[in-house]
Design a protein around this ligand. Structure first.
Ligand code: GUN
Length: 284
């Protein structure tokens, strides 16, 4: 029977540490780190995430402002808001909640954010810096996954890590981070043949595709570490991409949904905001 990875608890510990560091930053600089969160439209999941992010800022002493734009906002107006936030000295982090409406070019919007304020780590400059091993702001969810593995003493070196999903937000960066930690990494996606065969060879299995119950216990190696990044609503209940019940009979460690990776994403966002504020203040 697997031990449950308590992401909520680890995230709370990180936030407690951050409280102290944020307060030290404030004393030294005379202002707190500041995060601007931009939401377009009323996607209920986005509304929930944005509210969690703002609450976490409040909890740790980070200043946060929300810009809620109408679904029909033009790309130009959104870009203009980002331009203003880029030059706002109270703001050190800018986060545009995704997904954006169809008529807006997501990559164009991400690329308009000043790389120094890109606390999501999605800007091509940060992605590039990360890939070649330079200092960069890194995507929050994969950072949260790595931090959970470290918190629970999971060795990655020489281990076979299988990442199911190849998104820019989770799959690709998670695979690169595991590679950096000397895992042997495989990336599976919708065109992968014999998914079960591949997942069964994983010592560390990360699943981030958004399909409830995609991975079941019979697809998991005895003793594997299973990280479930999925957040799906099924019959009004939140579930991951992994069938928790059958998977926890095979895994040695497993993240629950909710309470696994989710809270870590938010904790990493706060850390990124403090990091951005520090970098910007040193260079002023
Ligand atoms: N939508 C889903 N995950 C994320 C995230 O980490 N950042 C942003 N900005 N939008 C998201």
């Amino acid at each position: 029977m697997a031990k449950i990875i308590d992401g909520k608890k680890v995230a709370e510990e990180i936030k407690e540490n951050l409280k102290v560091e944020v307060s030290e930053f404030r004393e030294k600089n005379g202002f707190p780190p500041g995060l601007a969160v931009v939401q377009v439209g009323n996607n209920p999941a986005s509304t929930a995430y944005v509210s969690f992010k703002q609450k976490a800022c409040e909890q740790t002493g980070i200043y946060s402002v929300k810009h809620h734009l109408d679904e029909s906002v033009s790309e130009e107006e959104l870009l203009s808001l980002i331009g203003k936030l880029n030059s706002d000295s109270k703001i050190h982090g800018i986060l545009v909640q995704l997904p954006l409406p169809e008529h807006i070019d997501e990559q164009k919007v991400i690329s308009a954010i000043a790389p120094e304020k890109d606390v999501d780590g999605f800007h091509p400059v940060n992605v590039g810096r990360f890939v070649v091993g330079m200092e960069a702001l890194l995507p929050c969810t994969p950072r949260g996954i790595i931090r959970l593995l470290e918190s629970y003493g999971v060795e990655t070196e020489g281990k076979h890590a299988v990442v199911v999903g190849r998104s820019n937000i989770v799959g690709k960066p998670a695979a690169l981070m595991l590679l950096k930690k000397n895992a042997t990494v495989s990336i599976a996606h919708r065109r992968t043949k014999n998914l079960a065969e591949l997942t069964k060879s994983a010592d560390i299995l990360v699943v981030a595709v958004g399909r409830p119950g995609l991975v079941t216990g019979d697809m998991i190696k005895e003793g594997a570490v299973v990280i479930d990044v999925g957040i799906n609503k099924v019959d009004g209940k939140l579930v991951g991409d992994v069938d928790f019940e059958s998977a926890s009979e095979k895994a040695s460690l497993i993240t629950p949904v909710p309470g696994g990776v989710g809270p870590m994403t938010i904790a990493m966002l706060l850390e990124n905001t403090l990091q951005a504020a520090r970098m910007l203040s040193e260079n002023r």
